[in-house]
Design a protein around this ligand. Sequence first.
Ligand code: ADP
Ligand code: MG
Length: 371
Amino acid sequence: MDPNVTIKAIESTTIHQIQAGQVIVDLCSVAKELVENAVDAGATTIDVRFKNQGLDSIEIQDNGSGIAAHNYESIALKHYTSKLSTYDDLSTLETFGFRGEALSSLCALSKLTVVTCTKNDAPKATKIEFEVSGKLKDTTVVSGQKGTTVTVENLFRNLPVRRRELERNIKREWGKVISLLNQYACIQTGIKFTVSQQPNKGKRMILFSTKGNPSTRENIINVFGVKTMNALVMMDLKLELVPSALPLHLQGKAKGDSKTTEVRVVGYVSKPVQGEGRQAPDRQMFYVNGRPCGLPQFAKVFNEAYRSYNSSQSPFIFADIQLDTHLYDVNVSPDKRTILLHDQGQMLDNLRESLIDLFEKQDVTIPVSQA
Ligand code: ADP
Ligand code: MG
């Protein structure tokens, strides 16, 4: 390199765009961030509306808390959040969001509009528009009900390569985003979740919806149908971790209950029965304490255990790993899809055994249709 070159700081707008592209990587990230914000706001109805499979717009309406006027300025500023104030809060975090990056990133990558209304403001809502930097541009009073509607139009308008990729791979991206929304809809009890799509020319159609059910079982039936549910077996597997495998501060806690601390895997999995049509692999949904995430190692153990009973099919999996918040870290990647589990190896070994036990107990001779 030329020794006379000057090392200088990247201009802040450029940094913003570079980082935004890591938080919002695809259509799924948009859906995920906006749904999580709605859940964090305490919504009991969440309406996800796509136009042209998200290429034109994605709009998410909730009936949650709404945003108070004194916060309009900060909504889309980078690292501004109402959910986390110190690093220590991370270990006991109960909200999905905490990085204060989603709305700010969306401003950098699309046209973002927020319409919001708190209980006290109804029926007067405020429509908020933003600069690319996330600074507030304009507010207008409109009519509305308690809650927030966030609209993202023309995603990746200023990243031509990514926009082209999105358009080119829209079929695959669309499949992914629907699977992701299935995953959220199934775990959220007490929330009416509706997903609809309006094609370029044509009428809006509801793709699936849940009814604010009290149980995940009913959610799964709403999303996948009763036939799918009938082919599943409930699981509540207890994976015991020996104290020496735990972080020091948890070892003391484990002493009280003789020798272990418990990790539970709660949910549903296909009965290992031959004959029924192949279950799509995208019907494999994993969560950590209710937080949807990708757990490829867990999926592998499930698939392997299942295949030793039924070599021709992949199982439907709905599995929530329930464990102490000190035993995992969600702050691994900006999109929070990757979760680091403490001593995952031991958990997986135990899971393998527990699944074999569970499958052993199933009467594999009953055809699925009569089960
Ligand atoms: P984070 O969720 O990490 O805090 P976001 O950029 O997603 O960051 O959101 C910034 C802030 O905007 C949130 O902390 C929250 O206070 C507010 N907010 C975003 N979406 C909603 C919503 N749907 N309802 C109420 N408040 C919201
Ligand atoms: Mg958020």
